[in-house]
Design a protein. Structure first.
Lengths: 356, 163
C-alpha cells in the first residue's frame, strides 16, 4: 500500500491523537483507583480492594455505577448552560494536552510489520509542536475557567454559584503566579517551545530547572496545585463549607465528566512539571546511555518523573489541611506573585550581566 | 485547506457576533462573544502569527470576558425585557454595520495597490519581539505599559475607600 506524503502525515497525526487521548482517559480511571488506594494506606485503611486483583477493576465498577445512576437536572437550572458546562470543562482540559511532548523522540526499527514508509522514521508522541507551546497552555487554561463558571451559574443554586465564583477567582489569581514561574525557563531556553525547554536541561541534573531555578519551581508547584484545586487548595469544593461547590447539582455521567476534567488537568500539570522542571526525558547523568537495545530509555526516566509528581499530589492530599479562603487569596497575591516577580527580575539581571 | 479553515472560522465569528447582539440573556451574549474572540484568534493563527492568536485568547477571551461574567453573575442579571423602540435599534445597528462595510470596502479598493505583501512577512514570535523592542516602537510600547499601570492604580484607588 502506498500513501501520499500528506496522507502519511494525516495517519500519523490521527494515531497520535487517538493514543494521547486514549491514554489520558485510561490514566484518569486508573488514577481514581491509585489515589484511593494510596490515601487508604496513608490512613491505615485498605481502600477499594474487592473488584479484581487488588481492586484494579474498581474504576470499571464506578463507571458502570455512574452510568446507571439517575440524571437529575434542577427545575430552575438554565438547561443549555447546565448541559454545556461539563463539555467545556473536558474539552479545555483535553485541548491543553495537545502541545505537550510525551517522552523523547524515537526512531522506529525496520520491522517488517510496519508499512514501508514508516520504517526507520523518527517520531514523537506530541499532537502539535507549536512555536508558542507554553502560551497555548496558558490560553487554554484561561478558557478552562469557563467550565467552572458556567457550571456554578447554570445550576441556579446558591452553593453552586458561590463555589463557581470562588473557584474562578482562585484559578485566575494563581494563573498569574503559574505563568510568572515559566518566564525564567523561557528566558533560559530562549523559546516558548516545550521541546526546547527540555533540551536546555540536558546534561547533569543540576541543570534541571527544579534545581537551577528552584524558586520558580516552588512557585510553579504551589500554583499548579491551586490551579487544579487539589488539597490544600480545594476550597471550590470544600464540602464542609459549600456542599460540593460548583458541581453540587451534577449527578451521574455529568458528574463523571467534571471529575474527568479535574483529573486530566492534574495529569497535565504533572507532565508539565516533569517536562519543564525535572529535566523531561533526560536522565540527569550524562554517561547513562540514551537507548538500551533500541529502546529509548528516556521513556523510563520521563515516566518515573511524571509518576512521582502525581504521587506527590496524592501525598499532599493525605497530609495537609485545607486553607481558609482569605488565607488563600492573601497567599496567592501577597506571597506567591511577589516571589515569582522578584525571581524573574533577578534572573533577567543575571542573564544581562552574564552576557556582558 | 487554509481557505476552507478561514471561511469556517469567519462564519463562526460572524454567527456568534450576531448571537451577541440578538440574545436576550446576557450570560449567553457573553459566551457568544468568547466564541467570536476565539474564532478571531484562530484566524490570526492561520495568518501565521501564533503569538497574536495566543495573546488574543489569553487577554480577551480569558481575562476580560471572565471579569464581564463575574459582574453579570454577581449582579444576577436576568433576561432583558422588550423595550419600546426595539425595531429602531435593530435598524440603526444594521445601518451602521452596512456603512462600516462600505467604508472598509472603499478603503480596500482605494488602497488596494498599497496592500502589505502578506507572503514575505515574517510574523514569528522572535521577529515580532525584535520589531516591538526596536527604537521604532519601544517608546510607544513603554508608554502603553505606563498607561495600563496608571489605570490599574486608579481602579484600586476608586474601588477601595480606605487604603
Amino acid at each position: 500500500m502506498t500513501l501520499s506524503p500528506l496522507a502519511q502525515e494525516a495517519l500519523v497525526a490521527t494515531l497520535t491523537i487517538l493514543l494521547v487521548v486514549g491514554t489520558l482517559l485510561g490514566l484518569f480511571s486508573v488514577m481514581t483507583w491509585v489515589e484511593r488506594r494510596t490515601l487508604a494506606f496513608m490512613q491505615f485503611r485498605l481502600g477499594p480492594n474487592r473488584a479484581g486483583p487488588f481492586g484494579i477493576l474498581q474504576p470499571i465498577a464506578d463507571g458502570i455505577k455512574l452510568f446507571f445512576k439517575e440524571e437529575v437536572m434542577p427545575a430552575a437550572a438554565d438547561k443549555w448552560a447546565f448541559l454545556a458546562a461539563p463539555v467545556v470543562a473536558v474539552t479545555t482540559a483535553l485541548l491543553a494536552t495537545a502541545v505537550i511532548p510525551y517522552g523523547p523522540p524515537f526512531t522506529l526499527g525496520r520491522w517488517s510489520v510496519l508499512p514501508e514508509w514508516l520504517r526507520g522514521r523518527t517520531l514523537q508522541i506530541q499532537i502539535a509542536d507549536l512555536e508558542v507551546g507554553l502560551l497555548w497552555i496558558f490560553a487554554i487554561a484561561a478558557l478552562g475557567v469557563y467550565g467552572v463558571v458556567l457550571a456554578g451559574w447554570a445550576a441556579n443554586n446558591k452553593y453552586s454559584l458561590l463555589g463557581g465564583l470562588r473557584s474562578s477567582a482562585q484559578m485566575f489569581s494563581y494563573e498569574l503566579a503559574l505563568t510568572l514561574s515559566w518566564i525564567g525557563l523561557i528566558m533560559a531556553a530562549g523559546s516558548f517551545r516545550i521541546d526546547d525547554i527540555v533540551a536546555a536541561q540536558a546534561g547533569w541534573f543540576v541543570r534541571w530547572n527544579a534545581i537551577a531555578q528552584f524558586p520558580a519551581f516552588l512557585v510553579y508547584f504551589v500554583a499548579a496545585t491551586a490551579e487544579v484545586a487539589r488539597i490544600p487548595f480545594d476550597l471550590p469544593e470544600g464540602e464542609t463549607e459549600i456542599v460540593a461547590g460548583f458541581h453540587t447539582e451534577y449527578s451521574s455521567m455529568r458528574f463523571a465528566l467534571v471529575q474527568m476534567a479535574e483529573y486530566i488537568n492534574m495529569i497535565t500539570v504533572s507532565v508539565l512539571a516533569a517536562n519543564l522542571f525535572l529535566g523531561g526525558w533526560h536522565s540527569g547523568i550524562p554517561w547513562v546511555p540514551e537507548t538500551l537495545g533500541g529502546f529509548p530509555l528516556g521513556f523510563v526516566w520521563w515516566g518515573a518523573k511524571v509518576a512521582f509528581v502525581l504521587f506527590v499530589f496524592i501525598w499532599l492530599r493525605g497530609t495537609l489541611p485545607r486553607f481558609r479562603y482569605d488565607q488563600l487569596m492573601h497567599f496567592g497575591w501577597k506571597v506567591l506573585i511577589p516571589v515569582a516577580g522578584v525571581w524573574v527580575m533577578g534572573y533577567s539581571v543575571w542573564i544581562v550581566l552574564g552576557s556582558r | 485547506m487554509d481557505a476552507a479553515l478561514f471561511y469556517f472560522f469567519a462564519a463562526v465569528a460572524v454567527v456568534a457576533a450576531v448571537v451577541v447582539v440578538s440574545q436576550r440573556n446576557p450570560i449567553y451574549s457573553a459566551f457568544a462573544l468568547v466564541v467570536t474572540l476565539c474564532s478571531l484568534a484562530a484566524i490570526f493563527g492561520l495568518l501565521g502569527s501564533p503569538f497574536i492568536a495566543a495573546v488574543q485568547v489569553i487577554v480577551y477571551a480569558g481575562a476580560i470576558m471572565v471579569l464581564f461574567l463575574f459582574v453579570l453573575m454577581l449582579l444576577n442579571v436576568r433576561r432583558e425585557v422588550d423595550r419600546p423602540g426595539g425595531r429602531d435599534r435593530i435598524l440603526a445597528g444594521v445601518g451602521l454595520a452596512l456603512v462600516t462595510l462600505l467604508v472598509l470596502q472603499a478603503g480596500t479598493v482605494l488602497l488596494g495597490s498599497r496592500r502589505a505583501p502578506a507572503a514575505d512577512f515574517d510574523a514569528s514570535t522572535t521577529e515580532m519581539a525584535k520589531i516591538l523592542f526596536s527604537p521604532v516602537f519601544l517608546y510607544a510600547f513603554e508608554a502603553t505599559a505606563i498607561l495600563i499601570l496608571a489605570a490599574l492604580v486608579g481602579a484600586v484607588v476608586l474601588a477601595k475607600k480606605e487604603l
